[in-house]
Design a protein around this ligand. Structure first.
Ligand SMILES: Cc1cc2nc3c(=O)[nH]c(=O)nc-3n(C[C@H](O)[C@H](O)[C@H](O)COP(=O)(O)OP(=O)(O)OC[C@H]3O[C@@H](n4cnc5c(N)ncnc54)[C@H](O)[C@@H]3O)c2cc1C
Length: 812
């Protein structure tokens, strides 16, 4: 069959991910789709992958994707009538420390909730699973029953057959050469001719960055990625392993995550794959460009780099050293800056999607195809997939950033992500106008959408080492300082430098009416602001923005730093002609000045009308500079946000400090906001929940005349009864507060999950937010939250802020 000249969707790239996307589209009835592969299917990273298929992930959404894929792989061969070698052997994951055991406990809890029966093991139990292993130095480990390995080529070919059988078209040896746009359609150019299509998908693996450049003239960007070399080697046959296997079957996979390698049986040999911190990025200098074609090729062997791991693994499993090396594979693997894949809408480009930069594409390919197909067909996904959304990286990811982050994440592939730890590579991409001053004051910095903000302020003698943050506990060198910062906000006045608040201006005839038709609630009057929620068609929480109204048809919309490109598209994609929407994030910076003494402070340095009520805004001068004063406080005290130009902000910050405001950081802000019941973006607020499940009923105005996305679904849900409900809980926690996605128990059954947790210094308690079965969302209900494997009593609180329930302090 010749290359079709039209298609609904064209997928560029025939690795496991592109083919899975095609298969899932076809299964959903979208069979008028074409996949282009420059060489043979699997020619990129897929053919040489080790094929390991873990379900383990510290990320809820990635675990969802992997669990789905592994379930799918168990029936795929039968479903499409194509043989696949898929061995579900289970795996042991080893822990060298108590902190690692805590991580395993957390993931085992998430796994249990997803129906995976992971088990925490003693060293003796581990050895029963894997008798060739030394365990004397281990704290314990984790048994993952659904881990295993699959033949990556067979997996890809099976899905290709499934897609073809359903009517989709795969064109091999047909490189896409570029794209153009005509009358709202894409034209994908190939050596065999052009294909006109509605939608394009970039699934080009480690070539995805190159392919992304074709979309720059249409609003796109060079996708942030770097190519790392990953290698594993296979030993000669090991006689002891043969003998054991004949009696007992295949060994489970072994992952020594603290030593950073996997070790898997392959026939009667062993296969060792390290993630070394002496790692190597490829094709990063002008004299070493990415070749036009690297199909089915490998890098030269580089054993020096992994020597330490080989020795370590031989000490752990001595039979590994009993035989020589049969074969080594050293191949390219693409890394996005955080090591998560890119799946979702291509930022800035209409009808274009991304599905690339997979470091575990074999394990994730099945789920990734499902997610990509959902984005394409429905524009939304079953699970919230922000952790993989391409829009999470915005305008600051130059190539050096990508390389530095890829090196960091590759060398720490199995590292624990502790709540107070900050990854150090590739920093200082976007600086506040008062950055130097914040650092001088002791600011311990972190990056939020590239913007540097202080997490806490250290004082002389405080331990600011990275090592001190390697704990799951709430307590550390920051604790005393965060307490002092919170108390200053409670009793006096604090100042938080908050650069990078995403801000958009919206204006034009009909802007107000259009907004009313987008948000679930009502719009504020001129001079006021409101918190607004945007739902998707299912009534799920798409995003939250603060809307400030300057005139009948003139607004500023402010949203989280991380939400910048996501939220801009939420608005832009529905924007009618005639309205102007402009991203002004880089034009202004923000200070939060809050605490009972903030009015006295502003009386000294501002000519603003400080009697104006809560949720008002005004133009004024602060320290003689023009600024917008917004009477609101995410910290839940009397206070104002000061929005001013970059140029003027240093004078304002100095004046605020000179009036006695104490600098506070993001750790304190998180504690303060949780005491007020304020939700965090993509923690408490995500598309995993509807507005009603999220307890946002008071922000939904069912009786307004305008329709808005999700209205029908929410009305139906309200009529039917809401199944799950947001709750605030006080937790009798131990050393750690409840992390995201801790399971909530009642009478030995899981009844919900947490979405955030922290210590509240003003109320003196550990607080958790979560959703539970609606019948349990009753104040006083006693539940339990599993925190790192132990259950702690949690009591549901009334649906009002824990601190200052009447909001008297804010309104003062
Ligand atoms: C040594 C090694 C071991 C690994 N082991 C594992 C493992 O055990 N488990 C696991 O989950 N993952 C593993 N991986 C990672 C895994 O290989 C990748 O995540 C996965 O193969 C990515 O699949 P993909 O479809 O995104 O990309 P690819 O397989 O690279 O597919 C992209 C395809 O796009 C094609 N293409 C590019 N440009 C064009 C164009 N212009 N026109 C048409 N076609 C184009 C390429 O030819 C290629 O076939 C390993 C990787 C390496 C290097």
């Amino acid at each position: 069959m010749s290359l079709p000249s039209t298609a609904r969707v064209v997928i560029i790239g025939g690795g496991v991910v592109g083919v899975s996307t095609l298969y899932h589209l076809a299964k959903a009835g979208w069979t008028d789709c074409v996949l282009l592969e420059k060489n043979e299917l699997t020619a990129g990273s897929t053919w040489h992958a080790a094929g390991n298929c873990p379900s383990f992930s510290a990320s809820w959404s990635v675990m969802n994707m992997q669990r789905y894929g592994l379930e799918m792989y168990t029936t795929l061969a039968e479903d499409v009538e194509y043989p696949i070698n898929y061995n579900v052997t289970g795996s042991v994951r080893l822990a060298h420390s108590d902190a690692r055991m805590q991580e395993f406990e957390k993931v085992a809890g998430m796994g249990r909730y997803q129906g995976i029966d992971m088990k925490i093991c003693s060293p003796e139990e581990l050895q029963q699973y894997h008798p060739f292993m030394e365990t004397h130095d281990l704290a314990g480990g984790l048994w993952d029953p659904v881990d295993g390995d699959i033949d990556p080529s067979q997996l890809t070919q099976a899905m290709a057959k499934g897609a073809r059988d359903l009517g989709a078209h795969i064109e091999r040896f047909c490189p896409a050469k570029g794209v153009s746009r005509e009358n709202g359609e894409w034209i994908v150019h190939t050596e065999k001719g052009d294909i006109r299509c509605e939608i394009v998908v970039n699934a080009a693996g480690y070539y995805a960055q190159k392919v992304s450049e074709w979309f720059i003239p249409f609003g796109g960007r060079q996708t942030p990625a770097a190519v790392m070399a990953h290698q594993y080697f296979l030993t000669e046959e090991i006689p002891e392993l043969r003998a054991w296997t004949q009696e007992n079957g295949k060994l489970p996979l072994l992952r020594d995550v603290d030593s950073s390698y996997y070790l898997r049986q392959d026939t009667f040999s062993l296969n060792l794959g390290p993630y070394e911190n002496t790692c190597k990025a490829h094709w990063i200098t002008p004299d070493d460009p990415m070749p036009e074609d690297f199909s089915f090729q490998l890098y030269p062997d580089d054993f020096d780099r992994i020597e330490w791991h080989i020795e370590d693994a031989m000490a752990r499993v001595p039979i590994l050293g009993s035989q020589g090396v049969q074969r080594n594979i050293n191949g390219p693997i693409p890394y996005a800056p955080d090591g998560n894949p890119m799946i979702g809408p291509m930022p800035g480009v209409p009808n274009a999607f991304e599905a690339h930069s997979f470091t575990f594409g074999i394990a994730q390919g099945g789920g990734a195809g499902k997610v990509a197909a959902e984005w394409i067909i429905e524009g939304m996904t079953e699970w919230d997939m922000w952790s993989c959304d391409p829009r999470r990286y915005t305008d600051y990811t130059d190539q050096q950033y990508c390389i530095d982050k890829a090196m960091e994440i590759y060398g720490n592939e199995y590292a624990m992500h502790f709540p107070h730890h900050v990854w150090p590579a590739a920093r200082n991409r976007k600086l506040s106008p008062v950055h130097a001053k914040v650092v001088e004051l002791g600011g311990q910095m972190d990056a939020f959408n590239g913007w540097e903000r202080a997490n806490w302020f250290a004082q002389e003698g405080d331990d600011t080492s990275e090592a001190a943050t390697h704990t799951w506990d709430r307590t550390g060198p920051w604790t005393l300082r965060v307490r002092e910062e919170c108390e200053a906000v409670r009793d006096g006045v604090g100042v938080l430098d908050l650069p990078g608040f995403s801000r958009f201006s919206l204006s034009g005839d009909g802007a107000a009416e259009w907004l009313r038709g987008r948000i679930a609630g009502s719009l504020c009057k001129i001079g006021r602001m409101t918190l607004a929620y945007f739902a998707d068609a299912r009534g799920r929480i798409l995003t939250e923005m603060s809307i400030l109204r300057h005139g009948e048809e003139e607004f500023t919309l402010i949203t989280a730093a991380a939400a910048q490109w996501h939220d801009f598209e939420v608005l832009k994609n529905a924007l009618p002609e005639g309205l102007a929407l402009v991203d002004r994030t880089r034009e202004l910076s923000t200070l939060i000045v809050t605490g009972p003494k903030s009015r006295v402070l502003f009386a000294e340095i501002s000519d603003g009308d400080l009697a104006r009520g809560w949720l008002t805004h005004q133009q004024a001068t602060v320290a003689g500079k023009p600024a917008m004063l917004v009477r609101v406080s995410f910290a839940g005290e009397l206070g104002w946000e000061v929005h001013a130009s970059f140029e003027d902000m240093p004078a304002i910050y100095d004046a605020v400090l000179a009036c006695g405001a104490k600098p506070f950081g993001m750790f304190a802000l998180n504690s303060l906001r949780i005491e007020k019941g304020y939700r965090s973006w993509k923690g408490d607020l995500s598309t995993d929940y509807t507005l009603l499940e999220g307890g946002l009923d008071r922000f939904v105005k069912f009786d307004k005349t305008q329709d808005f996305p999700g209205k029908t679904a929410l009305l139906t849900e309200r009529q039917r009864g809401v199944a799950k409900r947001f709750v605030q809980m006080i937790v009798e926690a131990g050393e750690a507060d409840a992390p995201y996605m801790s399971t909530i128990w009642s009478d030995d059954a899981i009844v919900g999950e947490t979405t955030s947790g922290d210590w509240g210094y003003r109320v003196g308690a550990s607080i958790a937010f979560g959703t539970v079965k609606a019948e349990l969302a009753v104040p006083g209900t006693e539940l339990e939250i599993e925190i790192f494997g132990k259950r702690y009593k949690a009591v549901v609180q009334p649906d009002q802020p824990l601190w200052d329930p009447e909001n008297a302090r804010i309104r003062a």
